[in-house]
Design a protein around this ligand. Structure first.
Ligand code: SAM
Length: 272
């Protein structure tokens, strides 16, 4: 409990209240914080970025380890605080930022107890780069984490699972319950670790369009879902591609493993 009181003292000292609109559920569990810091330390990196330092549950611990993250923070009250502490803070929405402007060094790492409202969007965006962003250690709602790591033929498996697992090797780092945060959210959370896969570096955003079309109507046959999005010459190739992929004509999007989606993408758009 003492961590909750420390945090409350800090809120009073900084004269701020947690803001729901910014997804401010601050971490107060030393165990969960330790697991996140250990996951960062396990992943060798040159540059370190943190989205949403908040009151510093992770930031202070990183500084103790002689790691000086660059920060991205949307809440002006917090931006001033971290600037006064001598840190480089981008006063920006992490979703609207041009991530190329960060000029990350190779093998960079992103860590965040993400505000829940931006988490899925952010992961999908980071699939496309910057390519120097090699590692991520991120907190999600547990239900979102389950979708990110889901296996084919399960109800959680979908576009998000294929995107995350195609571009990254994803692993569970830790679970967190509502009491590990202040104020406590209504639902459980999970931290995942990501490592970028080399083989997916050339896949363009068209891969995402293919998945959107494929998963648009989950119960429909994938062949039918694709008919609206491929041009006529490609349409004629679909039976041949299906045979190559050893798929039944009745195959649904949720049956294809991430690597089969990549093979399908290359067969459709990367033929030359
Ligand atoms: N890292 C702190 C911790 O673990 O206690 C705070 C995490 S809190 C869940 C999310 C943080 O992200 C807050 O500091 C919030 O102001 C910030 N934030 C919310 N939306 C953001 C956005 N779109 N871009 C950048 N930061 C954002």
């Amino acid at each position: 409990m003492s961590e909750v009181f420390d945090l409350k003292a800090r809120l009073t000292e900084m004269r701020i209240q947690p803001k729901k609109a910014f997804g401010q559920n601050f971490l107060v569990s030393p165990q969960v914080i330790n697991k996140i810091i250990e996951a960062v330390l396990r992943r060798p990196h040159t540059d370190l970025i943190e989205i949403g330092p908040g009151l510093g549950a992770l930031t202070e611990r990183l500084l103790e380890k002689n790691l000086k993250p660059r920060l991205i923070e949307l809440d002006r009250d917090l931006v001033e605080h971290w600037r006064a502490r001598g840190l480089d803070v981008l006063d920006h929405d992490a979703l609207k930022l041009n991530w190329d402007d960060l000029q990350l060094k190779p093998d960079s790492l992103l860590v965040s107890n993400l505000p829940y409202q931006i988490s899925t969007h952010l992961v999908v965006d980071r699939c496309f780069g910057p390519q120097n962003l090699q590692h991520m250690v991120l907190m999600f709602q547990k239900e979102v984490a389950q979708r990110l790591t889901a296996q084919p033929r399960t109800k959680e498996y979908g576009l998000l699972s294929v995107m995350a697992q195609t571009y990254f090797k994803v692993e569970k780092v830790a679970d967190a319950s509502p009491k590990d945060f202040y104020p406590p959210p209504k639902i459980a959370s999970r931290v995942l670790g990501f490592e970028r896969k080399n083989e997916a570096r050339d896949l363009s955003p068209r891969f995402l369009s293919l998945l959107k079309a494929g998963f648009a109507f989950r119960r429909k046959f994938l062949l039918k879902n694709l008919k609206g999005v491929v041009d006529k010459p490609t349409l004629e190739l679909l039976p041949e591609i299906w045979a190559q992929l050893k798929l039944k004509p009745q195959a649904r999007a949720e049956e294809l493993k991430p690597e089969q989606w990549v093979t399908l993408y290359r067969a459709l758009y990367d033929r030359n």
